[in-house]
Design a protein around this ligand. Structure first.
Ligand code: GRF
Length: 215
């Protein structure tokens, strides 16, 4: 069983997609062992509780400085002994020490086609506002491994979503979630749980089941 810790900050619809697909067997060989939020009011924590998954809040407000917060966050992650950490709408820059502790074991979902509309300042609705003001016809979502920089690690899965006339940032955000994010993130976890993902430098390779059988 792949032990997965999910980190969240808000509504947790991506978390819900993961919980549902683990429960119905679409995501195989996976156990969600802990949900960690930096925000005590995150609805995602309620979703975890309803699914019978332990929820832990590590709020920066409870610590004297950033360093102490990062230490507590890392401790809360490692205590759950994860094989994989999933950032599902987690609005905290991952400290380098956590990346070093879990090499190629942290994935993130970003609501654009990286390398467009990503990096510092591109989070939440800001991403979709930027997409609309640039006038691109296609956007989408990306699941990538996390390295020391923001949104720069090896890309695992991407899916394009059409921008439509009359879209507002909110409408586009919802379409990207429905058509891409809620599908990609569970699929990424399942592929990793099935041992089908290989990371080499900045690239990832997805083995089909036959290759895996051959070793
Ligand atoms: C998603 O759009 C995700 O891509 C981004 O933050 C949002 C989180 O939504 N990183 P939710 O909390 O999963 O509903």
């Amino acid at each position: 069983m792949l032990r997965v810790v999910v980190c969240v900050s808000g509504g947790g619809t991506n978390l819900q997609a993961i919980l549902d697909k683990v429960a119905n067997g679409t995501v195989k060989n996976t156990e969600i062992v802990r949900v960690i939020s930096n925000n005590p009011n995150a609805y995602a924590l309620e979703r975890a509780a309803k699914a019978g998954v332990e929820g832990v809040c590590v709020s920066p407000k409870e610590f004297a400085d950033r360093e102490a917060f990062h230490e507590a966050l890392l401790a809360a992650v490692l205590e759950a002994q994860p094989d994989l950490v999933v950032l599902a709408g987690f609005l905290v820059a991952i400290p380098p020490r956590m990346v070093a502790a879990l090499p190629s074991r942290i994935i993130n979902i970003h609501p654009s086609l990286i390398p467009s509309f990503c990096g510092v300042g591109y989070y939440g609705l800001h991403v979709h506002e930027a997409v609309l003001s640039r006038g691109v016809k296609l956007t989408g979502a990306t699941v990538h491994f996390v390295d020391e920089d923001m949104d720069s690690g090896p890309i695992l899965l991407q899916k394009a979503v059409a921008v439509e006339e009359g879209d507002t940032p909110e409408i586009l955000q919802r379409r990207v979630m429905e058509q891409a994010e809620w599908e990609l993130l569970p699929r990424a976890i399942s592929l990793i749980a099935e041992g089908r993902v290989r990371v080499e430098g900045r690239k990832t390779y997805i083995m089909n089941s036959d290759e895996e059988m051959k070793g």
